[in-house]
Design a protein around this ligand. Structure first.
Ligand SMILES: *[C@@H]1O[C@H](CO)[C@@H](O)[C@H](O)[C@H]1NC(C)=O
Ligand SMILES: *[C@@H]1O[C@H](CO)[C@@H](O)[C@H](O)[C@H]1NC(C)=O
Ligand SMILES: *[C@@H]1O[C@H](CO)[C@@H](O)[C@H](O)[C@H]1NC(C)=O
Ligand SMILES: *[C@@H]1O[C@H](CO)[C@@H](O)[C@H](O)[C@H]1NC(C)=O
Ligand SMILES: *[C@@H]1O[C@H](CO)[C@@H](O)[C@H](O)[C@H]1NC(C)=O
Ligand SMILES: *[C@@H]1O[C@H](CO)[C@@H](O)[C@H](O)[C@H]1NC(C)=O
Length: 766
């Protein structure tokens, strides 16, 4: 375009922007009970913040017509102007920063970007619970700030706490990994960070989080099998000891304000239309204080893809009667009235649903009038992308990055001794790739190349046009590698390889990336550092075995400051402390195992190898919790019991006959716990953080896992410093397992506790 023309277009744009600015640039938050505009609202109890939520909600619901209520059962909720209630968009996202996915949030010239933290799988690798919560807190502050200028909602459909069951899953990147305990702790901590208010008022919310996708959802689109109609066949045992625990913890420990049911079926029933899973478990057993929402358009999928129901009205009735409160999509808006007219759905159920929805909005202050007069009312654009927040994004990436190989201490590189660094690979200078999916516009980016160039002189060759790497451009890469003092290769995947609606078939590095790496390594004279940027694990056995490749780092999708964090680790400004939150399988695993097989436990009769470190015994590329440090940490057991007795009444059947396990019921386990003390010493030369993992191998009863995580604790130790770590073990909660019928049991006999290479025998008896 010619410059003169550009000028006139610019003028024209200015004209339009000036003319339309009140419409284009929204700067006010949406809220109900605006007394300054409508003093009559003062007469309504639902607008009175001094009353309790229950009273206010029942007042409001009593004033609404059936049609008005139905309008509040979908994400694009319809305002009721006669009562001073505006339209409200329920769908916002904040998986690892305020996101533009979902119509409730937008960036504009007022807030052009928000802090983009690492994709969750990398944050999980930090194994630092306080980091999980701190990130949540910063994200909710930025979210509130954006709400205050009309750019975001108050209800965020994050986090994703599904178990990363299969390495091919395109959404594994969004999750905290394969372990139920880690996923539970991550979910509860992130939710607390998002929701908890600084005034400590437990019934009110800073923003409302949502734990998704309930349940046994971890297949998107694999060899033509689609999540919309996939029927996950799950045993009661796997459901209760693998898939459900993160959701239970999210509700009970995190006090989350919402749970989202998934697209798939579980054992033949769509999750959003299963009264046992929704009304029974979430509402009945766990007592959710909040709303149950469907995944987007999943009601339509129940009817149109699954053909589970005969009519749309039947679908609407089934889901609401099962306990669904809010529908992402317009299905209930279109069909709930007809379902009522046909007698399939009654107003009592609709009242229940909107009561849950409105109660959440009340707890958010939406019905308290002008937000600028409330707590968080002074937050605004100045509180988004602050220096501190962006520093936390860099810190989170540093804490998550996992060092997987480091022969002859080739890392850290010395920024003074390295005069020239060759930086090579399709992910070496990427921006958007670093922030993964469910992203927002970041404050800014620091690419790996930029991060490294800040410390030393670099030469750069991408080596491949993109991560697919159809044909590697090896010559240019080899030329710069041959002359450099050290080589950093940044490879891996991006959203074209693994994402929502795209599961992988192969788990090797795409295209000719391996060729590029091997050829570059072969000509390099100094250390070769392989940096893998990906969500899921990669079969990089060749790189583990290649003596020319001295170090391997996994950096997840490290967020907006990823390049700075990578450089911090490579040059030793930060001592790596991340540990893998998932097993890295060889390619042969995915060739042998169907992604559709939901079983966690191996089946010797078919040769099915099982899944995750808890059950899978076959070869791995890297294992759950793998990760090296530039330092070394020794563990020593200070105290742990050798014996635990479960008290049982005299008449208990296990007193007269041999039992392999006893029920983990309140009366047997009341305060049945013990503590384990460990001394940890940093015996290396560098300060660093270290995660202590406490595992247990239970006796072999009830198809128990070979090993499971009871707890983890991260501590920071300077060189030669010693620290003490204490685990409080609740026998019924932590040491128990789930039997074939989904019942929690304490196995009797010898439990082997592991910490690093330490083993300690614990006898559990009656
Ligand atoms: C509010 O209620 C008072 C007392 O019931 C009544 O006098 C007044 O007219 C009401 N105001 C409006 C605006 O409805
Ligand atoms: C409304 O429907 C529910 C679920 O079908 C049923 O349990 C309840 O008894 C009904 N209530 C009324 C008032 O009809
Ligand atoms: C690296 O990426 C940045 C940001 O996209 C870009 O400005 C820069 O030109 C790239 N550097 C090279 C050497 O290609
Ligand atoms: C490595 O380089 C040598 C020559 O320097 C060559 O003979 C060999 O084939 C190369 N190996 C690979 C794997 O490229
Ligand atoms: C995988 O699934 C396909 C299709 O259902 C089936 O034919 C095949 O036997 C399964 N393979 C294994 C190893 O279970
Ligand atoms: C955990 O994260 C917090 C918050 O960023 C940080 O202050 C702390 O040092 C971390 N803990 C360890 C042991 O590294």
């Amino acid at each position: 375009m010619a410059p003169a023309k550009q000028h006139s277009v610019f003028l024209l744009l200015c004209f339009f922007i000036t003319k339309l600015s009140p419409v284009l640039a929204q700067t006010k938050p949406v809220f109900a009970c605006d007394l300054s505009n409508n003093p009559g609202l003062k007469n309504y109890s639902f607008c009175d913040p001094s009353l309790d939520v229950e009273t206010r909600v029942s007042d409001l619901v009593s004033k609404l017509t059936l049609q008005e209520k139905i309008g509040w059962m979908v994400n694009g909720a319809k305002g009721v102007s006669r009562l001073g209630i505006p339209n409200y968009e329920w769908w916002s996202e904040a998986l690892h920063g305020v996101s533009y996915v979902g119509p409730g949030t937008k960036f504009s010239s007022v807030v052009p970007g928000a802090t983009s933290f690492p994709q969750v799988i990398l944050t999980a690798a930090s194994f630092n619970e306080s980091l999980f919560e701190t990130i949540g807190k910063v994200v909710s502050t930025e979210a509130r700030a954006m709400y205050n200028v009309g750019l975001a909602g108050l209800t965020f459909w994050s986090p994703n706490i599904n178990i990363f069951r299969d390495p091919r899953w395109g959404r594994g990147q969004e999750t905290p990994g394969e372990d139920p305990l880690l996923a539970s702790k991550y979910g509860a901590a992130y939710v607390r960070g998002l929701q908890q208010r600084d005034d400590g008022d437990k019934n009110r919310l800073k923003v409302a989080a949502c734990c998704k996708h309930y349940t046994a959802y971890d297949l998107d689109n694999w060899k033509g099998i689609q999540r919309y109609s996939f029927n996950a066949l799950v045993t009661q045992q796997d459901l209760d000891d693998t898939f459900q625990p993160p959701f239970k913890s999210c509700v009970l420990d995190g006090n989350v304000a919402s749970v989202m049911c998934s697209y798939n079926q579980v054992n033949g029933k769509p999750t959003c239309g299963d009264p046992d899973l929704l009304a029974g478990v979430i509402r009945g057993e766990w007592k959710l204080n909040g709303y149950i929402v469907s995944d987007c358009d999943s009601l339509n999928e129940i009817f149109n893809s699954q053909h589970y129901t005969k009519t749309p009205e039947e679908t609407a009735a089934l889901t609401v009667n099962s306990g669904l409160d809010l529908n992402c999509g317009s299905f209930l808006n279109d069909h709930a009235q007809a379902a009522v007219d046909r007698g399939l759905l009654n107003e009592t159920e609709i009242n229940r649903a909107v009561t849950n929805n409105f109660a959440t909005m009340m707890r958010l202050g939406f019905f308290d009038g002008d937000p600028s007069k409330q707590l968080y009312g002074n937050l605004g654009p100045k509180d988004v992308c602050t220096t501190e927040n962006q520093e936390l994004a860099r810190e989170a990436a540093r804490q998550g990055i996992v060092l997987l190989k480091n022969t002859e201490k080739s890392l850290p590189l010395s920024p003074t001794l390295i005069k020239s660094l060759a930086v090579i690979g399709p992910n070496a200078n990427v921006t958007h790739t670093m922030i993964g999916n469910y992203e927002g516009t970041p404050c800014k980016y620091t690419t790996p190349l930029q991060g490294l160039t800040a410390s030393v002189a670099t030469m750069y060759a991408s080596g491949c046009a993109d991560v697919s790497c159809g044909t590697a451009n090896v010559d240019e890469a080899k030329r710069i590698a041959a002359t450099a003092d050290a080589v950093v290769l940044v490879v891996g995947s991006d959203q074209s390889i693994e994402k929502e609606s795209l599961d992988r078939v192969d788990i090797t590095l795409p295209g000719q990336q391996q060729l590029l790496i091997s050829e570059v390594a072969n000509v390099s004279k100094g250390p070769v550092i392989l940096v893998i940027m990906s969500g899921g694990g990669m079969d990089v056995q060749f790189a583990k075995d290649d003596p020319k490749i001295s170090s391997i780092l996994w950096v997840g999708f490290p967020g907006e400051a990823g390049g700075a964090a990578i450089a911090d680790v490579i040059f030793g400004h930060y001592n790596p402390s991340g540990r893998l939150p998932m097993t890295w399988y060889p390619q042969s695993y995915v060739e042998k195992v169907n992604m559709t097989n939901m079983n966690m436990r191996p089946d010797p009769t078919t040769g099915y190898p099982g899944r995750t470190y808890r059950f899978y015994k076959g070869p791995t590329i890297f294992s759950f919790k793998d990760g090296l440090s530039y330092s070394q940490f020794n563990h020593e057991l200070v105290s742990a019991p050798k014996l635990v007795s479960v008290p049982l009444e005299e008449t208990h059947v296990c007193r007269s006959s041999e039992c392999k396990s006893v029920d983990a019921l309140e009366e047997n386990c009341k305060s049945l716990g013990f503590s384990i003390h460990l001394r940890v010493k940093n015996v290396g030369e560098m300060s660093g953080s270290h995660t202590v993992f406490l595992f247990s191998s239970p006796p072999e009863v009830h198809n128990a896992p070979q090993k499971h995580l009871l707890g983890f604790e991260k501590l920071h130790l300077v060189a030669q410093e010693e620290g003490v770590v204490k685990f409080e073990v609740d026998v019924c909660k932590h040491l128990s397992l789930v039997d074939e019928n989904g019942k929690r049991k304490v196995a009797l006999g010898e439990h082997v506790l592991h910490v690093g290479s330490l083993k300690h025998l614990l006898n559990v008896r009656i």
